[in-house]
Ligand binder design. Structure first.
Ligand SMILES: Cc1cc2nc3c(=O)[nH]c(=O)nc-3n(C[C@H](O)[C@H](O)[C@H](O)COP(=O)(O)O)c2cc1C
Length: 226
């Protein structure tokens, strides 16, 4: 039975084995958000039934499927975004690029529900194509979504949204696709830590027709720096 620790130790002198209820306070949250990195950020815009726009960043966020295309984001507790989605079940996942890092962070403030974070952060409200919530005009890409399910387990609320429309600015497009360097997305680490894209590499997907008849790792596709 591996020995564990009652609190996060300053120095780990043997491997850590820990469950979500073993530590007090935010320590397990800090551990898991330091392990699952980098995370993309969904800058989620919603609107209340009475028409007050809302925008907030969520890094419990990712694509969940492609046929049909889905995104999911997770709200810890019932925040304004979730309350709005229960009234108007649509959202825009605005893509956060490095030039918008500070403004994205500003919109995570605990603004009262009737305060419009777009205005506070100097962001332009642009009408979306297929949903009621606004796009962030300054964002280079947007995914417009319809809420299909909200899964609730205690304080965790997972919003499953079907993507019904995408919008991309020409400035991030090169050779027939979105260029990651031009997009320059923000990568979330833990706490107040963020990163930009580092080295870019390509590695081909394995195919049995290339593997059959070879030995060991001979046919393993190799990574190439771009
Ligand atoms: C980069 C970043 C990522 C965040 N990710 C999440 C998240 O995944 N889930 C969550 O509940 N809160 C997250 N937060 C905190 C929310 O953005 C914050 O609670 C915000 O006030 C919620 O806004 P709302 O009440 O308008 O929905 C994040 C904050 C930042 C700065």
């Amino acid at each position: 039975m591996p020995h564990s620790y009652d609190t996060p130790p300053a120095v780990l002198d043997h491997p850590l084995e820990v469950g979500p209820d073993d530590w007090q306070g935010p320590a397990f949250y800090q551990l898991m958000t330091a392990l699952v990195v980098p995370r993309p950020i969904g800058w989620i815009s919603t609107i209340s039934a009475s028409g007050v726009p809302n925008i907030a960043p969520y890094s419990y966020f990712n694509l969940m499927g492609s046929d049909p295309p889905y995104v999911a984001f997770g709200s810890t507790g019932v925040k304004d975004s979730l309350t709005n989605l229960r009234e108007v079940p649509q959202f825009v996942a605005n893509i956060v690029t490095m030039d918008l890092l500070e403004r994205m962070n500003f919109t995570s403030g605990d603004f009262p529900r009737d305060e419009d974070e777009f205005t506070w952060a100097g962001l332009t409200q642009v009408a979306a194509e297929k949903v009621r919530p606004f796009r962030v005009g300054e964002a280079k890409a947007h995914l417009e979504c319809e809420v299909m399910h909200i899964v609730t387990d205690r304080n965790t609320n997972i919003v499953l949204g079907r993507i019904i429309h995408a919008h991309v600015d020409p400035s991030v497009w090169k050779n027939g696709r979105v260029d990651p360097r031009l997009l320059d997305p923000v990568c979330r680490l833990s706490g107040s830590g963020y990163a930009a894209l580092g080295d870019l590499v390509n590695v081909q997907r394995p195919q049995w027709k290339n593997i059959e008849g070879t030995i060991g790792l001979e046919a393993m596709p190799r990574a190439e720096r771009r």
